[in-house]
Design a protein. Structure first.
Length: 116
């Protein structure tokens, strides 16, 4: 169930964001938001590359607190519509991964020790 929710947020919920952002061009904006999934390329730097009990937030470089701060500032201060949408997509991606982390830690209390 966790994976269904996680990937539904990553792929389906962004359709709602795209529609809200611009009803006329929602498909174009959905594709841009879907492209922000490329932020997960930083997982290739991890060893092991995939660990179901690892929280991406704070572990991978493009999922770091600094990166998330940049995404938030970009959402707020960037005026260019498409670039702002990219920052919105990156932040929503982090939000989705954060929900996944909460779900994982609810099942695995010792996993939280890896962060603190």
């Amino acid at each position: 169930m966790q994976q269904i929710v996680h990937y539904s947020l990553h792929l389906l919920a962004i359709g709602g964001i795209a529609y809200f952002y611009d009803r006329k061009n929602w498909l174009k904006y959905w594709l841009i938001l879907a492209a922000t999934m490329l932020v997960d390329l930083d997982h290739l730097l991890a060893v092991p590359m995939f660990d179901p009990d690892r929280c991406s937030i704070g572990f991978h470089p493009l999922h770091s607190e600094l990166a998330i701060t940049v995404y938030v500032l970009g959402m707020i201060f960037i005026k260019h519509k498409i670039i702002r949408l990219i920052f919105i997509g990156l932040f929503f991606h982090m939000f989705t991964d954060f929900i996944d982390c909460l779900w994982t830690y609810a099942k695995c209390a010792t996993c939280l020790q890896d962060i603190f």
